[in-house]
Design a protein around this ligand. Structure first.
Ligand SMILES: CC(C)(COP(=O)(O)OP(=O)(O)OC[C@H]1O[C@@H](n2cnc3c(N)ncnc32)[C@H](O)[C@@H]1OP(=O)(O)O)[C@@H](O)C(=O)NCCC(=O)NCCS
Length: 210
């Protein structure tokens, strides 16, 4: 039988992971198609910019000390009302590319973000970053549009050129939809009659809509 194991495991990122995370970050930035920045931040800056509860690493199954890829999320805005909207970032070491690591990390991030009460994930991707576009579309991200001449590239194959950026979004389950489903599941598991609960939810919805 063919070995169907992916050869990696995903776990939350810790500060101790950062030297390897930073190295993978720098290699990705060096492509000139991952971001406008050319240098990865140090840990204090990374920790300030990111939501650390939504940062993950993929490690090699045969050597769990070896980080192959990472994914992170940051808030798109400081406004409390937009607290459920995050932006993702995914970087895979060249040794790990083409093995589904990015897809598995993004999927983990989507599940964890939903669990954490987020309701939307944004991604900004250069039109030239074919791999990242394919990855996001495959995971159900929808192209919202293009921001034009957002910034002039300072390095890499497009140095000196003003670059556009494609905006993608993935809508997650809204927190109240999730709460409803959880309440129904718990009622079912507890053997409670579900119908009265459904009626209660229906009537609550009618009141909100009134
Ligand atoms: C983009 C990147 C994250 C993809 O990582 P990966 O682990 O190779 O991606 P996956 O193996 O999960 O592939 C997901 C899908 O995208 C496709 N894909 C990935 N890279 C591709 C490429 N360069 N060209 C075309 N398709 C590509 C895969 O074939 C796969 O589709 P499939 O299942 O239909 O075959 C990785 O190349 C990378 O780290 N690049 C440098 C950093 C970067 O640009 N990050 C994104 C910033 S927006």
């Amino acid at each position: 039988m063919a070995d169907t194991k992916p050869g990696f495991e995903i776990r939350p990122m810790t500060e101790g992971d950062y030297p390897q995370v930073q190295e993978i970050y720098e290699i990705g930035l060096d492509t000139g198609h991952a971001s406008w920045e050319h240098e990865a931040p140090d840990w204090p800056e990374f920790a300030r910019l990111k939501r650390l509860d939504l940062c993950f690493v993929a490690v090699a199954e045969e050597d769990p000390a070896r980080i192959l890829a990472w994914a992170s999320a940051s808030q798109v805005s400081k406004r409390h009302i937009l607290r459920g909207v995050i932006e993702d970032s995914i970087y895979v070491h060249p040794d790990g590319q083409g093995r589904g690591l990015a897809g598995a990390l993004l999927s983990t991030l989507m599940d964890a973000a939903t669990e954490a009460g987020c309701w939307s994930i944004h991604s900004w991707v250069f039109p030239e970053n074919v791999g990242s576009l394919k990855l996001h579309r495959k995971l159900g991200f929808r192209e919202v549009g293009v921001y034009h001449h957002m910034a002039k590239m300072t390095y890499g194959p497009m140095a000196g050129q003003w670059r556009d950026i494609i905006i993608l979004e993935k809508l997650l389950e809204k927190p109240e939809e999730r709460a409803e489903k959880r309440a129904l599941r718990e009622a079912e598991e507890a053997g409670d009659p579900v119908r009265p609960l459904l009626e209660k939810l229906d009537s609550a919805e009618r009141q909100v809509g009134a």
